[in-house]
Ligand binder design. Structure first.
Ligand code: T5A
Length: 219
């Protein structure tokens, strides 16, 4: 069974405060229950995850008086960080037989820069094609939450950053794009994330079990 999970890339997506960091702990617990050795579980986050990509993350989060980060610059920085992460960490780890868990990936750019910032999705697709080609996750868990609820959770944790301070409509558009992408992706599932942590945890295990069963049936 563990062989089926070797070399697989599992991604968690969702808007702010959906519970991605919390969900990752559950995914790690599930992998350990499937007897995947801790050293074969690699965790990544986007934007970030390599030395240079973390520096790009700093630029994305930075607020400079008198100079706005342009939407298209933000989009290109997301993909620059993604290329660094994929080529330096994700692909080599998968090739070595690890299971990689990603806190956000490509769908976040469609949701935030496409939905939120309203950049043409066709343009994002072109940038995706020239930067990361057809690289994609094996399985995506999308945590669905209303922006009101997600931002309440995020606020409870502390000061909001540049992106988190966008208006509710921004996150409504992001959520709509996420939902559309997930509905049209047979390797992605949506989880209602407004429920109690224990219920969300069980829903995540159930979805992972069903995905694993599909992998087994495909042999
Ligand atoms: N971005 C990123 C783009 O615009 N484009 C892109 O292409 C990419 C990759 C990243 C920012 O960059 C943007 C999106 C982001 O704005 P970040 O700091 O990594 O910035 O932000 P997030 O990924 O949004 O991470 P957050 O930490 O804000 O949200 P999480 O990880 O979803 O939430 P989590 O797990 O920390 O939970 C939030 C709080 O809720 C509680 C937790 O204990 C925590 O306190 N919680 C629950 N409470 C009640 N019920 C539950 N079921 C709960 N689950 C968790």
């Amino acid at each position: 069974m563990s062989n089926l999970l070797a070399g697989k890339f599992i991604v968690i997506e969702g808007i702010e405060g959906a519970g991605k960091s919390t969900a990752i702990k559950y995914v790690i617990k599930w992998l350990e229950q499937k007897r995947i050795d801790q050293k074969n579980i690699i965790f990544t986050r986007e934007p970030g995850g390599t030395v240079l990509a973390e520096k790009i993350r700093d630029i994305i989060k930075m607020e400079i008086k008198g100079e706005l980060l342009q939407d298209k610059s933000e989009l290109l920085l997301m993909y620059a960080a993604r290329v660094q992460l994929i080529e330096n960490i994700i692909k080599p780890s998968l090739a070595a037989g690890a299971t990689v868990i990603g806190d956000r990936h490509n769908y976040s750019s469609f949701a935030y820069q496409g939905g939120g910032r309203q950049i043409d999705l066709a343009l994002i697709k072109d940038i995706q094609r020239v930067s990361i080609g057809d690289f994609k996750p094996d399985f995506t868990l999308y945590l669905d939450i209303s922006p009101e609820q997600g931002l309440t959770r995020a606020k409870a944790r502390g000061k909001l950053d540049r992106i988190e301070r966008q208006e509710i409509a921004f996150f409504d558009r992001s959520r709509a794009v996420f939902k559309n992408l997930v509905e049209n992706d047979e390797n992605a599932v949506s989880i209602e994330a407004e429920r109690k942590p224990k219920i969300v945890e069980l829903a995540i295990y159930q979805q992972l079990d069903q995905w694993l069963a599909r992998l087994e049936n495909a042999i």
